[in-house]
Design a binder for this molecule. Structure first.
Ligand code: ADP
Length: 201
């Protein structure tokens, strides 16, 4: 199993690159943002609760998101690997994910962290808001709040994986293809290393 985390602030291109990575490496895409929006559109109890936080640009409580991920992992026991997008977003989520993957003996292989300047992020998100139908992309105040949440709570998740030497920074500005090529280069290298390692006894 090859599990990777695509990491970066809101608007850094995780969704766009996930689509392309999924197609190339046959990974199952797991986006907590998409899962939450699906709960909202189906008006489930979880969705109603999550919406209150999302509308303000705040993170949804850890236990809600961790429960959701745990369910999806159980539903896809035979996946060849997962691409986590927008998760984990707090250190508590990172620790919970490690525990869930421990049961599967399939740890995170690498965290790819996209780097994009704040001005560029706001520009991209406002532009996306014109067409995405996402209310959290149309209001600059909500966008700034999401970036602030990222700086306060999410950035530390990279430090969590850094202690295991699993973080690779990738420039998130430039053409979509160029960024994709850089991501693939890191993954191909990591996959080679993973394959060369002997099976654990
Ligand atoms: P973006 O990365 O563009 O902000 P997402 O689609 O990943 O968009 O997330 C949208 C919103 O959903 C976030 O602002 C947050 O409120 C909520 N959310 C998504 N993933 C998580 C998570 N892992 N933990 C807590 N809240 C989350």
């Amino acid at each position: 199993m090859f599990n990777l985390i695509l990491f970066g602030p809101p608007g850094s291109g995780k969704g766009t690159q996930s689509e392309k990575l999924m197609a190339r490496y046959h990974l199952r895409h797991l986006s907590t943002g998409d899962l939450l929006r699906s709960e909202i559109s189906r008006q489930t109890a979880l969705g109603v609760e999550a919406k209150k936080f999302m509308d303000k640009g705040q993170l949804v409580p850890d236990e809600v998101v961790i429960g959701m991920i745990s369910t999806v992992l159980d539903e896809h026991k035979n996946a060849t690997g997962f691409l986590f997008d927008g998760f984990p977003r707090t250190s508590a989520q990172a620790e919970a994910l490690d525990k869930l993957l421990e049961f599967k003996q399939a740890p995170i292989s690498v965290m790819l962290a996209l780097e994009v300047s704040e001005d560029e992020l706001v520009k991209r998100l406002l532009k996306r808001g014109q067409t995405s139908g996402r209310s959290d992309d149309t209001n600059e105040q909500v966008i700034r709040a999401r970036i602030e949440e990222y700086r306060l709570k999410t950035e530390a998740v990279a430090d969590y994986y850094r202690q295991f030497n699993k973080v690779v920074m990738v420039k998130g500005e430039g053409s979509i293809e160029e960024i994709f090529r850089n991501l693939c280069q890191v993954i191909d290298q990591k996959k080679k290393i993973v394959q060369e390692l002997p099976e654990p006894l």
